[in-house]
Design a protein around this ligand. Structure first.
Ligand code: ES4
Ligand code: ZN
Length: 321
């Protein structure tokens, strides 16, 4: 069934759309050797004990992304699949430090993504923006260099985010990086409360000025925080299939989805790393629909929330609502 309304996808790591078959295709193009003999053999290892188990493979696999064309090709394939899923606007995450560490300049990455984004707007009508994420398990100085590089790349940038291994890497460490990003006109988001404590969500708001929280399911451990998120209409970008595959919950039905909605939170549904977690945006919506017997009105609310939570222009938001 087609989505009843266009969705905005607000939590999507573009490197997490790198499908096993594409990894093999790019490895062949670059003469790179892979650990596995076939895409199926690789995919058979997509059985993760936790976030770190996933991240290890995610960073290894992205080694096949080397040229501007590689990044353009990756994003083109994503935009086509997102279009089929009913996505009308995307704010995509990218991890520049994961590429510069391998000798691929941030400008190469951003130019490839930007080229695909322009084509997607023209051909598919999908609007988008790029959010450069700080790898929180790397030093602050590396994050500062990344910010300089992406600001100097000559490609329009929507925002700054915070991702990678959460526990032990609190948001407050990156206070100065986010302050400088805000001064440069970037929007601010942060992963918090995925595996880490509710306190990290509070820090993301107070120390980083985060305007949205990515995941944030652990907010429910702190009633005052939930009340604040509702009052300030700070959206949460939930990723149901991700939470199951990374064992945040045993199954989608165990997500505190109705509790979050009933607390008045601006809840959105997103796909995170769809090539790794078993589905794109439509699959995530379907998983919630099945697990919680969502009505069409409730699915429409999720679509509306995604528009409200987006950083799209007022004109574009009016179009989508
Ligand atoms: C990520 Cl699911 C998730 N959490 C944190 N960082 C990430 N980077 C890519 N996917
Ligand atoms: Zn994520």
């Amino acid at each position: 069934m087609p989505s009843p309304l266009p969705f905005c996808e607000l939590h999507l790591h573009i490197e997490g759309t790198l499908e096993p078959a594409t990894i093999f295709e790019l490895a062949a193009r670059h003469g790179a050797t892979l650990r596995d003999a076939t895409p199926d053999e690789l995919a058979a290892r997509y059985d993760f004990a936790n976030l770190q188990g996933f991240l290890d493979l995610y960073y290894e696999n992205m080694g096949v992304l080397r040229t501007e064309d590689d990044f353009a090709h990756l994003a083109e394939a994503y935009f086509l699949r997102a279009h089929r899923a009913g996505v009308a606007h995307v704010e995509l995450f990218v991890d520049p430090q994961a590429h510069t560490a391998r000798g691929v300049p941030a400008a190469t990455v951003l130019r490839g993504l930007d080229r695909a984004a322009r084509a997607a707007e023209e051909r598919l009508g999908i609007t988008s923006g790029i959010i450069a994420c700080v790898l929180r398990d790397e030093p602050v100085a590396s994050a500062q260099r990344m910010l300089d590089e992406v600001l100097d790349a000559g490609v329009p940038l929507l925002g700054i985010g915070l991702d990678s291994a959460e526990v032990g890497h609190p948001p407050r460490l990156f206070r100065d990086v986010f302050a400088r990003a805000a001064d440069a006109g970037l929007r601010r988001v942060a992963h918090a409360g995925e595996e880490g404590p509710a306190d990290y969500i509070r820090e993301a708001l107070d120390e980083l000025g985060a305007e949205r929280i990515d995941h944030g399911v652990r907010a429910l451990d702190d009633a005052a925080l939930v009340e604040r998120l509702a009052r300030e209409r700070i959206p949460l970008t939930l990723c149901p299939l991700s939470n199951v595959r990374l064992r945040v919950v045993d199954d989608v039905a165990r997500l505190p989805f109705r509790t979050l909605l009933e607390a008045g939170l601006v809840v959105t549904v997103n796909s995170d790393d769809p090539a790794y977690f078993g589905g794109y945006l439509d699959d995530n919506v379907a998983a919630l629909r099945n697990a919680f017997a969502l009505t069409d009105d409730e699915v429409r609310l999720l679509a509306r929330n995604s528009v409200e939570a987006s950083f799209a222009s007022d004109a574009r938001r009016d179009e989508l609502l």
